[in-house]
Design a protein around this ligand. Structure first.
Ligand SMILES: Nc1ncnc2c1ncn2[C@@H]1O[C@H](COP(=O)(O)OP(=O)(O)OP(=O)(O)O)[C@@H](O)[C@H]1O
Length: 289
């Protein structure tokens, strides 16, 4: 079932578009948006949260566009999991979570803390009195407070060390809430997302079932991303190793970095079916796999 759908969405700030003509469905089993810094993942997530209106195209929530949808129902159904740093440092954990609960249900704070694997007594502490992993669990508890059907998570584990990260992934994998997950960490999407979309310079360059997509990328950019992490489950790529997604001005946005570019790449390739439920925007997609 599709919960949210982007239909030919172009997004930007002021007059500058940074996400171009993206169509994708948020379906069951987890959906991952993968791409390097600046590729437009967070911008797309904001549009899915109704925080940024498309310059063109639409975000659909059921049979309504977000522009016309009942936003009260939407906010109950779709919750962001923001970075733990965004917790109010002055507020006790219990109050932070209670604030997100409907009136009359504030006694559920302890229950929510336990649901995310924390002791209910932590409610009396302030964020700086918790570890990074505990803070991230609090953020998840807060998002779960209204009983959402979908969580939109932006790099939910990137600030955590690998073992803590693994435990948070276990927690997220065990929730019966759907998820749209934004990350540059391929191990995270492999664990939590049945389907993934790879973004480069604001365009989807490859989509498909995560496992197959990572095992045999059809787009040279997906292959480069995957090869930058030699072993899935290992540490995420270092931020310092990433470069901004500077696209070629014409043709395939990736062609200036692409090891297999041919003259044909001066014409932008459309996203097309390459078999196995997969799509890739590359003239040479068959050759890459
Ligand atoms: N508030 C803003 N105003 C203007 N430009 C912005 C704003 N936020 C993001 N951008 C630009 O939009 C582009 C996409 O940014 P976005 O944050 O969506 O990328 P990202 O893939 O989430 O990157 P990261 O992994 O570093 O968070 C970038 O070129 C960025 O500079």
């Amino acid at each position: 079932m599709t919960m949210l759908r982007a239909e030919r969405v172009t997004l930007g700030y002021g007059k500058r578009a940074v996400v171009h003509d993206v169509s994708l469905d948020v379906t069951e089993g987890g959906v991952g948006l993968i791409g390097e810094s600046g590729s437009g993942k967070t911008t797309l997530a904001r549009a899915f949260l109704g925080l940024l209106a498309p310059m063109s195209g639409a975000i659909w929530y059921g049979d309504q566009t977000l522009k016309n949808a009942d936003m009260r129902a939407f906010r109950r159904d779709v919750q962001p999991v923001f970075q733990a740093e965004a917790l109010d440092p002055r507020m006790r954990i219990g109050s932070s979570i209670a604030e997100a609960l409907p009136r009359g249900e504030r006694a559920r704070v302890g229950q929510l803390l336990e649901q995310v694997g924390l002791d209910a007594t932590l409610a009396a502490r302030r964020p700086h009195q918790l570890s990074g992993g505990q803070r991230q669990r609090v953020v998840i508890a807060r998002a779960l407070a209204v009983g959402p059907r979908l969580l939109i998570l932006d790099e939910p584990t990137s600030a955590l060390d690998v073992t803590v990260q693994a435990r948070i992934l276990d927690l997220l994998a065990g929730l019966d809430t759907e998820r749209l997950l934004i990350t540059h960490n391929l191990a995270v999407v492999e664990r939590l997302c049945r389907t993934s979309h790879v973004l480069f310079a604001g365009r989807v360059v490859e989509s498909g079932p995560t496992r197959e997509l990572l095992a045999a990328p059809a787009h040279p950019y997906t292959k480069a991303l995957r090869d930058a992490v030699p072993k899935l489950g290992g540490a995420p790529p270092e931020a310092k190793g990433r470069t901004e997604a500077v696209p070629a001005a014409t043709g395939c946005a990736y062609r200036l970095r692409c090891p297999i570019a041919v003259p044909e790449c001066e014409q932008a390739p459309p996203l097309r079916d390459v078999g196995g439920g997969r799509q890739a925007a590359c003239h040479l997609a068959g050759d890459v796999t």
